[in-house]
Design a protein around this ligand. Structure first.
Ligand SMILES: Cc1ncc(COP(=O)(O)O)c(C=O)c1O
Length: 463
């Protein structure tokens, strides 16, 4: 059994893509040109890109083979039926609407269900989910369980929703068009949700007559954590666990750029026929015909194969282990991380690492800039730049200041991970010298993608 030896990458590399070394001076210059916003860097100036695990993975030979044989017909393409069959087989949902990515599925769902002043609860909304709900004039409410609020508290299912708080909202006077659970809970630290919590949420929603949807981006990683950590699931396959998770929900949104193992794609799936009809009309209006939804036939093929590959036990074992491996290294050198480590990413607690930087000088964002300058590694802030600006224009510190290192699927090897740990050790040694940032220019929503920042005190590092 593989557990006896080192858990290795369960693939060999057939096609390589060079990555470029840069000097510290070049990186300092690139960061200035990018207005201290890592989203604005050119990818060719980045050595190890941990900005996101979304759409950045490597395709398998089976995916390429299926893509070569795609059907590009406008309507009724064979590739759509392969896609639909894979989604139905895993989720069990009757209606499958392809979309170009997850946020398109969200927009279509919330357009069909949400009106002004509605409330949509979730364990923690992802930023595009929140923005799509707020765009409808509704309120996105985060209800993480109490363990999920403490970055360093070890608990197997920190992604769980707070059921008592949910019950209170569902029993109140506000209209709740649907309840969501994000598996795994990305913004809450990539933490899994237990089967017991999914089941209880489902039962509560049924009692109140409210539809229950999963944000299923990382359903396979969530299934693996259930297998590892929840009694009664150790002998079940990831597919069996995934099917049970979906069986409790009325539908899901999905970004196939994550556990669809594809570079682009997503879907909206559901059981309710009338809701599906309304969503299909919007799909045609904004994404494309119902059998392609803004995707090429070869994208549909890549997702159809990718969804099954994401549930492969050897792959999931390697995937979760590589994040855990980095977590162990960082723990040893005293870098404060969210515990236990997440499925697709590791989250550094910048509040603890840089306590001298006030929240509204964006400690996690500053840490991200320092990591790039030190070693050409790009990560993403999940903190006050991402979540601090409210629809009324006011600014408040976010609950947590995290720097997320998200790992593309099947892309980096163990020596890349070792390099990341070495650079972080250097950053950690100089943590006291890192200074805060200020926002110079920003849009009214989703500001982290395009905001311009500058050092709040002259330079990123104190001399
Ligand atoms: C939990 C979660 N939901 C939704 C999305 C949106 O998906 P997409 O980027 O495909 O629009 C993401 C993307 O990162 C996500 O992590």
């Amino acid at each position: 059994m593989p557990e006896k030896h080192t858990i290795i990458e369960p693939f060999r590399i057939r096609s390589v893509e060079p990555i470029r070394q840069t000097t510290r001076e070049q990186r300092e210059h690139a960061l200035r040109v990018a207005h201290y916003n890592p989203f604005q860097l050119r990818a060719s100036d980045v050595l190890i890109d941990l900005l996101t695990d979304s759409g950045t993975g490597a395709l398998s030979v089976h995916q390429w083979a299926a893509m070569m044989q795609s059907d590009e017909s406008y309507a009724g393409a064979r590739s759509f039926f392969a896609f639909e069959e894979a989604v139905r087989d895993i989720t069990g949902f009757r209606h499958v609407l392809p979309t170009h990515q997850g946020r398109a599925a969200e927009r279509i769902l919330f357009t069909a269900t949400c009106t002004r002043d509605n409330v949509v609860p979730n364990n923690t909304h992802f930023d595009t989910t929140r923005a799509n709900i707020e765009d409808r004039g509704a309120m996105a409410v985060d209800l993480p369980c109490s363990e999920g609020r403490h970055p360093r508290a070890s608990y197997p299912f920190k992604g769980n929703i707070d059921l008592a708080a949910l019950d209170e909202i569902l029993g109140g006077s506000v209209r709740v068009p649907l309840v969501m659970l994000t598996i795994t809970n990305n913004s809450g630290g990539g933490q899994p949700v237990s089967m017991a919590n999914i089941r209880a949420t489902s039962e509560m929603c049924r009692r109140h007559g409210i539809p229950f949807f999963l944000d299923a981006c990382r359903f396979a990683e969530n299934a693996w954590f259930i297998k590892l950590r929840e009694p009664g699931y150790e002998d079940k396959t990831p597919l069996e666990i995934a099917r049970e998770m979906f069986s409790y929900a009325d539908g899901c949104t999905m970004s196939a750029k994550k556990d669809g193992m594809a570079n682009i794609g997503g879907f909206l799936a559901m059981n309710d026929e009338e809701l599906a009809r309304r969503c299909r009309n919007n799909l045609i209006l904004t994404e494309g015909f119902v059998t392609y939804g803004g995707l090429a036939g070869y994208d549909l093929e890549a997702v159809a194969v990718g969804l099954r590959e994401a549930l492969d036990a050897d792959y999931l074992r390697y995937r979760i282990r590589s994040i855990e491996y980095l977590a162990e290294k960082l723990d040893r050198i005293g870098v404060p991380i969210v515990k236990p480590p997440g499925g697709h990413a590791l989250y550094i607690d910048a509040k603890e690492m840089l306590p001298h930087i006030p929240p509204l000088e964006y400690p996690a964002w500053s840490l991200g800039c320092a990591l790039y300058v030190e070693g050409g590694i790009r990560a993403v802030e999940i903190g006050s730049v991402m979540f601090g600006l409210h629809p009324d224009g006011s600014e408040q510190p976010a609950r947590q200041e995290l720097l997320r290192l998200a790992f593309p699927r099947r892309v980096y090897t163990q020596s890349h991970v070792d390099y990341v740990a070495e650079v972080l050790a250097d950053v950690s040694r100089r943590a006291g010298m890192i200074r805060g940032l200020r926002i110079v220019d920003q849009p009214s929503a989703l500001r982290h993608f395009t905001a311009h920042l500058a050092p709040a005190h002259g330079t990123l590092y104190a001399d």
